[in-house]
Structures are given as C-alpha cells and as structure tokens.
Design a protein around this ligand. Structure first.
Ligand SMILES: *Cc1c(COP(=O)(O)O)cnc(C)c1O
Length: 382
C-alpha cells in the first residue's frame, strides 16, 4: 500500500457507504479516467468481469469467433467461452511477445474470403508492454472489427505518448493482488464510447431497468466494485507513477547484473512505447546457459524465492481442443468440459513458454533481495 489508502477507506466508513456503489466508486472512476485519458470508466469486481461485459455489449454469442492472443492469461479468454463463442488464438511476435500483426492480417483476410469475420479482436498487453495498437487498429479497421485491449498487465505503460489501453473500442484493467496497483481484487472497463459504458454499467448491476420496482428486460450480472475497495484504488492510483518507475529500475538492475550471462536474454522493449515492466522476464537457452528454466526455477525455490514460467499459451491448454490454421483437428475429441478453438501459428509462444521465466519483481524488493535472485542464477556459471 502507498499510504493514502486508509484515509480513503476511513472516508468510506464515515459516509457509511459499505456497498457496491458510493462516492469512492464514483471518485475512483473519475480519477482513473483522468489518469489514462479515456473518457468513461466503470469500476468492477475483476478484470475478467470487465472483459465479459465488453463482449456482452458487442453481442458476441454462440457461432461467433473472437480473436485473442495465445500468449496470455486465461482471464483474457474465458469471457469468450462464457458467451458461447469460439476463440481464435494468434501467435506472438518475437520482437514484442505480443500479438503477431502479420498473422492477424493474414487470418482476417482468410476469414473475409470465407465470409465469416470475427466479432472482436482482443490483443493482450503482455507483462507491461503495449501491443502494437496502431497496426492492429489499421488492420481491424479494414473490416470494421472492434478491438478490446486487455491492458490488465500494462497500466502505467505508454504507447507512443498515449496511456496503455487508450485505443480501440474499449479496454480492460485489473486490480488483482498481483497487478501493479491493487484493490485486493477488482477491475475497470474503459471506453470513449458512452453507450458501451452505460450499457455495461446496467449489466453489472443485474440489468435493472430505471423504474421504481425491479424490472428486467435482459439478464445481467453482479459485477460492481465495492465502495471500500474503490477507496483503496484511489490511494493506489496516487503511487502508480512511482510503482512504474520502480518496476523499470528492477528490470534495469536485473539487466545490468545478468545481461552478459551467456544464454540469458530479456524480454525486448518495442520502440513504439515504454513498458511498465510489470514483471521482468528472461529467456534461458539451456545449450548456452548450462541449465534449463525449470532447473533455475527449482534452484530459486530451494532458496525460498518464487519465480514463474511464462504464461502457458492458450492453444496448449487442455481445456481447449484446437484446430490448426483452418486445417486438422487434433486427435482429441470434444467432451463436455473442453471447448473448440483455433490457433494461427503457435511456435513462437511455445518457445517463449519453454524458455521463459518471470523473475521476482515486487516493488518492495530491496537491492539485497534482488542480489539474492541474481546470485542463484549466476551460480550456474561457476
Ligand atoms: C490479471 C489478468 C486478467 C484478469 O484480471 P482479474 O482481475 O484477475 O480478473 C486478464 N488478462 C490478463 C492478461 C491478466 O494478466
């Protein structure tokens, strides 16, 4: 926590708004909106809920396809399944680790020729780095396909001089405990489209019609953020810039300590923006380093240091049975608990998963903590 959170929480208690609405929620939405430069914001119970409401508003349903990054966290993708639609996963670009825009363009061309365009494109801003917004926008505009940015990991980053998430039809953010700022759990849907946010707001509170009695002409959800958690969010927002600067310092520390070690590479930063470096991620090439990423992870674990593999690509997740590039179905058959998906490419994200390791990147880490991590990794060289 940054320091001001408790003051706002105290305000919430004193106003007696212990509810999923109230002055702290209104203020958090307004302050967040000013911070990211996106006109309308809706505070919610999670980032996943925000993505779900965006897809619901767009009318995504059974029989539809929705394009997403394969190298992402499942929260980006599960709302496609909630809506009964089929995900189409696009591989990562090696120079940014984000959605490969050449593969996206090629896939949309094939879809257009078949007369079946996806209903939305969801690029993930991976590990604090924005996807290539301008290219994605240019490609999607050709077919008038809405873009929903998954900016859950990139709050604090920039694309050119815009804030992360400031593009497309809408974007989602997360305040889960592991994110750059947190409300313990929570999310935000942001858009310059007032209708989208108004409708999502209604859906987030059980789709109650504006009448004195309880009237429903559509089905909604209970997705609103509590006034108490919004108070925490207001305090957190004040330290976002500081946190981002610290995240970048942590990356620089690791880079200067490990950058020359044979077989270690760092996640590249794209020229179009400034990553928040939410997590510092390295690639370990066993032939050059002398050990694989799993061996390094276990060695860190022995020292009570937590590290994690890069996200396992969605097309490798057992919950999906995946059709490859419009071609063959894998030998697996559909069961009640697996879902049909397609993948375009996949080799790059598989390689990043096989070699990638997320290093401890908490902003409270001291130089001594960081050195402990570095020493375990360099011990393999001795
Ligand atoms: C954290 C995260 C989400 C989901 O956010 P929740 O608030 O945990 O629901 C979605 N996408 C990505 C890429 C994330 O990292």
């Amino acid at each position: 926590m940054g320091g001001d959170e408790l003051r706002f929480v105290k305000d919430a208690f004193e106003s007696n708004y212990i509810a999923p609405l109230g002055p702290q929620v209104d203020a958090f939405e307004r302050e967040f909106s000013e911070h990211v430069g996106i006109k309308h914001c809706l505070a919610l119970s999670s980032g996943t809920a925000a993505m779900h409401l965006a897809l619901r508003h767009l009318g995504v349903g059974p029989g539809d396809e929705v394009i997403a990054s394969t190298l992402t966290f499942i929260g980006s993708v599960s709302p496609i399944i909630f809506q009964g639609a089929t995900p189409v996963f696009i591989d990562a670009d090696r120079s940014t680790w984000n959605m490969d825009t050449n593969l996206l363009a090629a896939e949309l061309k094939i879809c257009a020729a078949k007369g079946k365009l996806p209903r939305a494109v969801i690029p993930t801003d991976l590990y604090g780095q924005c996807a290539n917004y301008d290219e994605i926008e240019e490609i999607c505009d050709r077919y008038k396909i809405p873009i929903i940015i998954d900016a859950a990991e990139s709050l604090g980053a920039t694309y050119n001089n815009r804030s992360a998430g400031d593009t497309g039809r809408a974007s989602i953010f997360s305040f889960n405990g592991n994110k750059i700022i947190t409300t313990s759990g929570g999310g935000m849907l942001a858009s310059n489209d007032k209708n989208l946010i108004d409708h999502a707001r209604k859906l987030s509170q059980q789709a109650r019609e504006p009448l004195p009695h309880y009237e429903h002409i559509e089905i909604g959800y209970n997705y609103r953020m509590s006034n108490i958690l919004a108070a925490i969010g207001r305090g957190q927002l004040k330290v976002l810039m500081e946190r981002t600067a610290r995240k970048r310092e942590i990356f620089d520390f690791y880079k200067s300590s490990l950058g020359d070690v044979p077989g270690i590479e760092f996640m590249p930063e794209a020229a179009y923006g400034k990553s928040s470096r939410w997590l510092t991620v390295i690639l370990i090439t066993p032939e050059k380093f002398g050990a694989d990423k799993e061996t390094v992870r276990v060695a860190l674990e022995v020292e009570n240091i937590e590290s994690r593999p890069v996200w396992k690509p969605m097309h490798l997740q057992p919950v999906f049975y995946v059709e490859n590039n419009h071609l063959t179905l894998k030998a697996k058959t559909n069961t009640r608990n697996t879902y049909h998906a397609r993948v375009v490419g996949g080799g790059v994200s598989e390689d990043l998963f096989n070699r990638g390791l997320c290093l401890p990147s908490g902003t409270a880490m001291t130089e001594e903590d960081l050195n402990r991590v570095v020493n375990v990794i360099t011990s393999f060289q001795r």
